[in-house]
Design a protein around this ligand. Structure first.
Ligand code: UT7
Length: 322
């Protein structure tokens, strides 16, 4: 018996994001439920969101983002030996989305699995991908956060239909270029609390997403900044050296409250929620891709990711922009 040989450090090679074409504004929603543009902007910070078309499946959305990240990495599909799709909104429990996405992208016979840590899914998937590369069980991993929340929303429930949306974001994870290079993915700090499982849930296959908004809001604005700081500490990074902070895009007021408590006033704070809504496990990689595309982030920048959601599950890590 012997062990596989891994890489001492890992890094992100490239990102990619995808949003469906259909834009749904707050005024559109005000035609459907008793709400207003003013209420949504002031309480949640969303101006518009994207919703998948009727023939657009979760695998379509995930493949679009995964394909962009793969192309941007410059790797051939053969170089990917593991595909992980973080999602909590598949159309059905089997087959998994990851194997379908891999085949569509021409990735032959990789390891492939879906991971459900709800809105924390992308940071969990990044951590497991990085660990696989370090352990030598994979060399390059395609990590995707993809959600089609629209199919699990009650469109007559104003407390949820104004928040959630569809989209996907992806990253290619691989070994550092040279063994002595500094790592580009820091240690994950993750956790959960099953006592709060009833705060966000979908009861069964005939039900829709339900959340106790205020309870989650209170928890998120009080429990998460220490986790964010712990992830910096674990990576040996001073919050003062962060170029950006990308928390899960759940609510602009939550984002701003955590950012204030983090104590990194120089860090740009992702506010993708304004035009993307809450896309659960897709929100962080979508925000990352957009910030990189718009040159708000540059190569070598240190960025803190912080994800949280149903479970309750949470995870944070520092990464370096490729
Ligand atoms: O991604 C997973 C993690 N999830 C979260 O992080 C969610 C965290 N929570 C939140 O973001 C917020 O709690 C919500 C956005 C969900 C709700 O905002 P809120 O400021 O906590 O509002 P609320 O639930 O306390 O409701 C206040 C009032 C209520 O009316 P009354 O009882 O005061 O008359 C609601 O019925 O606002 C009413 N309301 C609405 N009014 C207009 C609830 N939804 C709407 C709406 N439009 N869409």
């Amino acid at each position: 018996m012997r062990l596989s040989e891994g890489s001492p450090g890992t890094r992100i090679l490239a990102f990619g994001g995808y949003q469906p074409a259909k834009v749904v504004t707050n005024d559109d929603l005000a035609q459907m439920v008793d709400t207003s543009d003013e209420w949504i902007r002031s309480r949640v910070g969303i101006e518009s969101r994207r919703i998948a078309g009727p023939d657009e499946s979760l695998a379509d959305i995930a493949s679009a983002a995964g394909g962009k990240a793969l192309a941007a990495s410059g790797l051939s599909p053969d170089a990917i030996d593991l595909v992980v799709v973080a999602t909590c909104t598949p159309e059905s429990p089997i087959p998994n989305i990851a194997a379908t996405v891999a085949t569509r992208l021409g990735i032959a016979a990789p390891g492939a699995y879906d991971l459900n840590a709800a809105c924390a899914g992308f940071c969990y998937a990044m951590a497991t991908a990085s660990d696989a590369v370090r352990a030598g069980t994979a060399r390059h991993v395609l990590v995707i956060g993809a959600e089609k929340l629209s199919q699990w929303i009650d469109w007559t429930d104003r407390s949820t239909c104004i928040i959630f949306a569809d989209g996907a974001g992806a990253a290619v994870v691989g070994p550092v270029a040279e063994p002595d290079d500094p790592p580009g993915i820091g240690p994950v700090v993750w956790g959960s609390d099953g006592n709060l499982a009833d705060k966000i849930y979908i009861a069964d296959r005939n039900s829709f997403i339900v959340q106790e908004g205020q309870a989650v809001f209170r928890w998120a604005t009080t429990a998460l900044h220490p986790i964010a700081r712990k992830a910096c500490e674990a990576a040996g990074v001073d919050p003062a050296d962060l170029a950006a902070f990308i928390p899960h895009q759940a609510n602009l007021r939550i984002i701003e409250a955590i950012a204030r408590k983090l104590g990194a006033p120089q860090a740009k704070v992702a506010t993708d929620i304004v035009t993307a809504g809450n896309t659960s496990s897709a929100s962080i990689p979508l925000a990352l891709s957009r910030m990189a595309e718009q040159n708000e982030l540059g190569s070598g920048d240190l960025v803190l990711l912080l994800a949280f959601g149903a479970g309750i599950s949470y995870a944070a890590q520092v990464i370096t922009i490729p």
